[in-house]
Unconditional design. Structure first.
Length: 279
């Protein structure tokens, strides 16, 4: 391993861990978050120390890991950034919004660990898979899709998700990444509703949110177009987004694309009060 490349990395965000896995460089990670382990189970083989994430980072556990590089990504808190900087290691902070940003982040991390060529391959493969879905998706109709990353307050998914929805043959409703008014979403009458709540895995209570928001009469609810996609497949800005794209395609154009891993739907919207609530 060249002396100028980091050999002890602390990853404070799952996206960085997934990117390092795609680069074949997981063995450099000496500490990561519990969410990294959830998204990238193979990291457990290297037995990394578990530390807080970019939102709640603390200096002492980072210092104890003796890193020569700390990688974090939005969302940050000012206090957490201060703690990361206090640790004194080189710090790479990422803030992607678009797919192009994500490709750039992959290239930056690849360059940092001396794997630039592999990084270009990862980016090219990701782009090729997205383009393949784009070519396969029908040009018409393009259903209206509302995709949310959080429920209270209601927040639309990030810009890269909007790009993936378009690639999967849908039309993304609302301003990506911004808080939404549930009544305005109802009035826009989405034909597909997708919930991918940060940290909730696939446990979003679909029937409950439809009932509580009064969305029973939306086209999505009436036509069985209400879905949950696993959080990590849409909210982790890394190569795993390709899995999320397959989920989107299957939800938006089920006649064209097969059922995908990580996609869950409800076949009816009942008035049941027993739908589980995510803590």
């Amino acid at each position: 391993m060249p002396a100028h490349t980091p050999s002890r990395i602390v990853s404070l965000q799952p996206s960085a861990t997934v990117i390092l896995a795609a680069l074949g460089e997981l063995d450099r990670i000496v500490a990561c978050t519990k969410y990294c382990r959830d998204v990238c189970p193979q990291i457990s083989a290297t037995n990394p120390t578990i530390v807080a994430d970019s939102w709640t980072a603390q200096a002492d556990p980072i210092i104890a890991a003796r890193p020569d590089l700390v990688i974090a990504a939005v969302p940050y808190q000012e206090k957490a950034v201060s703690e990361i900087l206090k640790a004194g290691a080189r710090f790479l902070g990422l803030a992607p919004k678009t797919l192009q940003d994500i490709y750039t982040d992959i290239a930056i991390i690849a360059g940092a660990v001396g794997a630039s060529e592999r990084g270009e391959t990862v980016i090219s493969e990701m782009q090729a898979q997205i383009e393949a879905i784009r070519r396969q998706a029908p040009s018409t109709p393009r259903p209206r899709v509302f995709c949310e990353e959080w429920g209270k307050p209601l927040i639309a998914s990030q810009p890269w998700v909007a790009e993936l929805v378009e690639a999967a043959g849908g039309t993304f409703l609302a301003e990506p990444g911004q808080q939404q008014d549930p009544e305005k979403v109802r009035s826009a009458d989405p034909e597909i509703l997708i919930a991918a709540w940060c940290g909730a895995g696939d446990r979003v209570p679909l029937e409950k949110i439809i009932r509580d928001r009064g969305w029973h009469e939306t086209s999505a609810a009436r036509r069985q177009g209400v879905f949950c996609i696993r959080d990590e497949y849409l909210n982790t800005p890394a190569p795993t987004l390709v899995i999320g794209l397959h989920c989107l395609a299957a939800a938006i154009h089920p006649q064209q694309f097969p059922q995908a891993e990580g996609l869950r739907s409800i076949t009816s919207v009942s008035q049941s009060k027993h739908e589980p609530v995510v803590p």
